[in-house]
Write a protein that binds this ligand. Sequence first.
Ligand SMILES: Nc1ncnc2c1ncn2[C@@H]1O[C@H](COP(=O)(O)OP(=O)(O)OP(=O)(O)O)[C@@H](O)[C@H]1O
Ligand SMILES: [Mg+2]
Length: 365
Amino acid sequence: MDFFSSLLGMKMFSYEDIVENLAEGVVGVDLDLNVTVFNQSAEKISGISRSLVMGRPVKEVFRRNVRITEMLEGTLRQGRLFAEYEEKLTTRFYGTLPVGITTSQVFDNDGNLSGAVALVKDLSGIKSLEAGSLRKERLAYIGTFAASLAHEIKNPLSGIRGAAQLLSKKVKGDGLGEYLNVIMKEADRLNVIVNDMLDFARPAKLNKIDLNIHRVLDSVLLLLQEGIPGPFVKAYDPSLPPISGDEAQLTQVFLNLVKNAKEAVGKDGSIQIMTRILTEFHIIEGGAKAGGKMVAVEIKDNGCGIRPEDIEKIFTPFFTTKPRGSGLGMAISLKIVKEHNGHLKIDSTPGRGTMVSVYLPIAGA
Ligand SMILES: Nc1ncnc2c1ncn2[C@@H]1O[C@H](COP(=O)(O)OP(=O)(O)OP(=O)(O)O)[C@@H](O)[C@H]1O
Ligand SMILES: [Mg+2]
């Protein structure tokens, strides 16, 4: 086969094909900043269909991402170039996505400026590797979903409860009040779950102060003391420095964790609460910051333990092994601890017990 026939047999592809198949999103604009190129990956990353954007002003297409427009405009008008510029892109389906944006000017065959182009690289894979958690992304997605669902549920729910309450006043003495009580009680229970869901989904505003974690723990233990067979065993390190944290949110974390321990031990169990300072020589799963001093709070129970195949799942919202559990306690706790730049670790042996360790950065570290 000679050179030309081999060329004829070869399948040719165009520049368009290359652009179309790039892993990076390609967004091209003309001199008026109207979109002229929008490849498959751009559709995927932004969640916007190409048919809706072609010919439209890039400013409108990326209404929620002003930076992209500014960058393209700067590139086009002032020749400013951006290389792998890290941005957070607000997308339709994935929440905000970390991306790297590279821009350049585009010239036609005669060397005249004809537009600008932005390459948008999805960095979420790299970022989540960095953060050591794909889980986070999944939770962010579930969180947004849960928030909208919870909102939709709240109004009809309060309607149901209100109606049941009115009705219960009317039917007094009919022996029907019992049923209405059930309706009201179950509505209240649903309301608690919905509020938990909203808590979980809402981006937290941390009100961080220098906090004595022993005070937080004591208030939790006081609340949960009732019905416990033996008292809680406390092993506090008296020299523990204050941590930097949000009192209300951390109270919620330890309420969840100690409540779980209580539910795991049953009648004749014991629960130990220990605190200590962690030096940089200790290695925490997930990697503590080198040199960053942390405080460790350990909650150890000799309860039922967690099956190895369930360990990963217990942080997933709604995973529960309890008949009346909502399965949100651990998910919420992990979220709060992470927001404090802390870590949460589980060691558990089925039939023997569980130790949950919470690591929190000390104040001023
Ligand atoms: N200390 C523990 N001992 C044994 N199992 C535990 C412990 N902590 C958590 N788990 C397991 O993890 C699951 C999820 O816990 P999580 O606190 O998220 O939800 P829950 O306790 O089931 O319900 P909720 O806390 O919403 O009432 C529990 O159902 C249980 O199976
Ligand atoms: Mg729980």
